[in-house]
Write a protein that binds this ligand. Sequence first.
Ligand code: BGC
Length: 667
Amino acid sequence: MKQITVSELTTEEKLRLICAEGFWYTVDLGGRLPTVCVSDGPAGLRAERTDVKGEKITVPAVAYPSVQSLANTWSEECAREMGACLADDCIERNVDILLAPGVNIKRHPLNGRNFEYFSEDPFLAGTLAKAYIEGLQTNGVGACLKHFCCNNLEYNRFHQSSEVDERTLREIYYKPFEIACEAKPVSAMCSYNRINGTYGSEYKKGLDVLRNEFGFDGAVYSDWDSVRDRTRAAKAGIDIEFPFNGQNYEKLVADYKAGMLSDRELDACAARVLRLAYTCEQMRKGKKAKTKTETRLQAARRIAQESMVLLKNDGILPLAHGARVAVSGCYAVPEADMVAGGGSSRVEWLGKGFDLSALLAERLGAPATYEKMFMYGNVVGHGAFGADPDKGLYYAASADAAVVCVGTGAPMEYESADRSDMRLPAAQERAIADLAAVNPNIVAVVFAGAAIDMSAWIDKVRAVVFAGFCGENGGAALADILTGKVNPSGKLSETFAVSIDKVPAANTYMDTRVTRYTEGLDVGYRYFDRHEKDVLFPFGHGLSYARFEYGDMQLKPSGDRVEVSFTIANTSQTDGQEVFQVYVREAAPLVYRPYKELKAFGKVKIAAGEKTTVKRTLNGSAFAHWSESESAWKITDGVYEILVGASSADIRLRKKLIIGNDKIAQA
Ligand code: BGC
């Protein structure tokens, strides 16, 4: 069919085109234009359909690990694979665009949507998002980069204004969008909040940066019901308002007639909607799902394996074959909401979930007991509603080890509100303490979508595994990790502060409508580095059953680039994977710089006793900062240090280099 151009549309058609059809579709101009069907969400498809009785249902789909868990893999391969699997889920349900990924920075550990976001670090978030988008789009399904921009708390999200200076926007909050745009996402979504006083749906200044500087050439749509004034939104470059809002549409038509929206502005939006429809059609052409559901469930398990972070281990893990384990905590036999966050990304699980005690018994070849001990949710108290703590303690007292599964879940982490506490509910902390009193061999497994304050119990347990929101096949992955069938290789994509009063954003000004980002560039590890503050677990931390040694670091400059190489040896008897991190710091900056910043990373498989050489090339952008005075990226002449680490706090190798006249040289 011949493609329609804007000049062939009437004004009425254009005005209609830039407002959605219902909740999840774009308009089809009476059958002349392919429609685009969009659906949530990042960690599984949430397609809403109407059943035979006319009732709205959510179609069950594979539940993958949450984006936060995906980020803990530090693996572009995992991100690409998850994108590819999600594309197949979408193709089978006739969904053209998945409303994902979200790349907002984790500025505050209590943000209710942290589980939907990648990291506190823009480079890690942007790089993994780029791979996720490539996975989706090369397999025929469009991505939607969201939420632009500075949607870092759910508190009063429809009104609050994120007050951020331009340099911090460029280096921290825009950066993941900039990097992800390299994968050419077909669409982007604005945020609900205001940015320096302007609603996300009217944020022309930022949308111009997205389009003119980051090379974004897709369509931008509103977040659902975020438009206050359709005309102002169109003028800012919001191409489609989702969902269809009759009142807003009528006002738009009236405003157009009154000359408040120019033809040039209307045409620009309409042209981008046309392009979106044709791009999606082209992308989908001839594409069939490449994988079966079972294959995707296996991928969900593999990604979950790589996402689990062994935070602490004094040698109790992996559990020895034949060990009799007492499993407790309701998260060991979860329903969907318990190991997932709530809101628009909620997935209706395909399968029934898992039973960790059964999985452990099978792998260990020994009987395992199970008692939930505490109720799900924020229920404080003991022994209430079917949980029997005494029974749990009785089982634990005679077991070789006690695995206690604690966490948050959808009632505590969900879209539209923030977590009230960084600690676990009191009943859960109490269960850990009581178990530790009857058996010293405690392994705590934490199911959560964000950092947890563990100060009440961390010293009472011998090991902690952060299982994140691991998806429906996460139980099998966890059993593999606990029993050593799989060597843990996840690392934290965010700092775990000791407690909420110690986080950088805890003390910044926030009233009902204004949040000032006074910590500026010092988000996450950048802050803890700067102020030399202790943390519970640093950014990039994660243990393994293997041991890795770093060595032979070399820098090979060439023009405005430098190749960084080093070796990693697995000096243990266990095969494993290591996540390495390359940070850059300016040794004596005249312009304020964070102490160090992540500029490259990777994950390598290294067999027991083997050694591998890793190479990464850093270009000028790894050394640049945003100059407020020149409104441009600048590389300052001076001495820089390249730091290679196993975590942000465990730097193993360092070497200096000199930059002068845009050339890099050995120091
Ligand atoms: C969320 C978006 C989501 C949309 C559609 C909004 O409430 O902020 O992330 O894609 O709903 O469900």
